[in-house]
Design a protein around this ligand. Sequence first.
Ligand SMILES: NC(=O)c1ccc[n+]([C@@H]2O[C@H](COP(=O)([O-])OP(=O)(O)OC[C@H]3O[C@@H](n4cnc5c(N)ncnc54)[C@H](OP(=O)(O)O)[C@@H]3O)[C@@H](O)[C@H]2O)c1
Length: 306
Amino acid sequence: MKITVCFDRIDPVPWVRGLQAALPQAEVSAWVAGAPQADHAIVWAPPQAFIDEQPGLKTLFNIGAGVDALLQLRLPADLKVVRLDDAGMSVQMAEYVCHAVIRHFREFDGYDNDVKAGRWSYRKPPHRADFAVGVMGMGVLGERVARALRVFEFPVNGYSRSPKHIEGIRSFSGREQLGDFLQASRILVNLMPLTSETENILNKETLSQLQAGGYLINVARGRHLVEEDLMALLDSGHLAGAMLDVFRIEPLPASHPFWMHPKITVTPHTSARTLREDSIAQMAEKILALQRGAPIRGVVDHQRGY
Ligand SMILES: NC(=O)c1ccc[n+]([C@@H]2O[C@H](COP(=O)([O-])OP(=O)(O)OC[C@H]3O[C@@H](n4cnc5c(N)ncnc54)[C@H](OP(=O)(O)O)[C@@H]3O)[C@@H](O)[C@H]2O)c1
């Protein structure tokens, strides 16, 4: 069995070594143009030339959860695309989102400013019941985030394509329930995949349906958000703030207004990082399962786009 590793701007060497150690029976190498045909590929943003040169591939393992960029390539219809299925990402996402929600709810930025100004000031505790959190996308990451928020007793709404039955979480599904979901939420967490259906879904029409004083946490993809619409709703006061981890252009250009906006907190696409060891262990296990003819989780539906 041959495994090839093809990454853009990531050193493949530690991955090749780790995969070789996990699968000693395989021949693992970093891809170079003209390399022999492989059975499985581990990829991050591979060029089209890689796909075209490797028509014998059975599986393409993406070292991330989102496959939007990968699906922009011309891929053979029968090529199995497999995304990372948690692999240590959901706990990181839960940390990030709980931090963002609590920081906003408890007004920690306000306290920071007070302390910097030498002011010892108390703020009236807000009512938790007034801070319902809507988690948009209730997949591997969204469900973990929603459950973590429940630990802090926030009211939690979940939005997905298909209805979910999770104790303590109010489920909304399908486009026809999107309005009800937004109107029931004050803080919105975006954890949807980027597809033709979800691109630009965070816009004036949707964000203005959040409850007054709304707050946006975008941890999915920059192209979900219409940036000017967010700015307009922050300026009008309908939205109180936003914490953004992902952007239409990354790295975020130095001149971008988000950097210095007083109501926006920026982080550099770091909410849930790929953990190499966890990812290698998961992919090795899946390759062995495929060899046995056993089913695996995380296979992407090319039509659905996630
Ligand atoms: N910022 C970061 O560091 C980072 C790290 C990892 C991932 N991400 C992003 O997070 C995204 C989610 O990851 P995941 O592993 O949780 O994905 P996932 O398991 O595929 O879950 C996707 C969820 O979105 C829902 N959904 C998809 N299309 C929808 C639509 N048109 N309307 C309503 N709901 C829709 C799905 O509904 P069903 O359950 O009904 O199918 C599912 O609940 C990734 O695609 C990636 O973009 C970001």
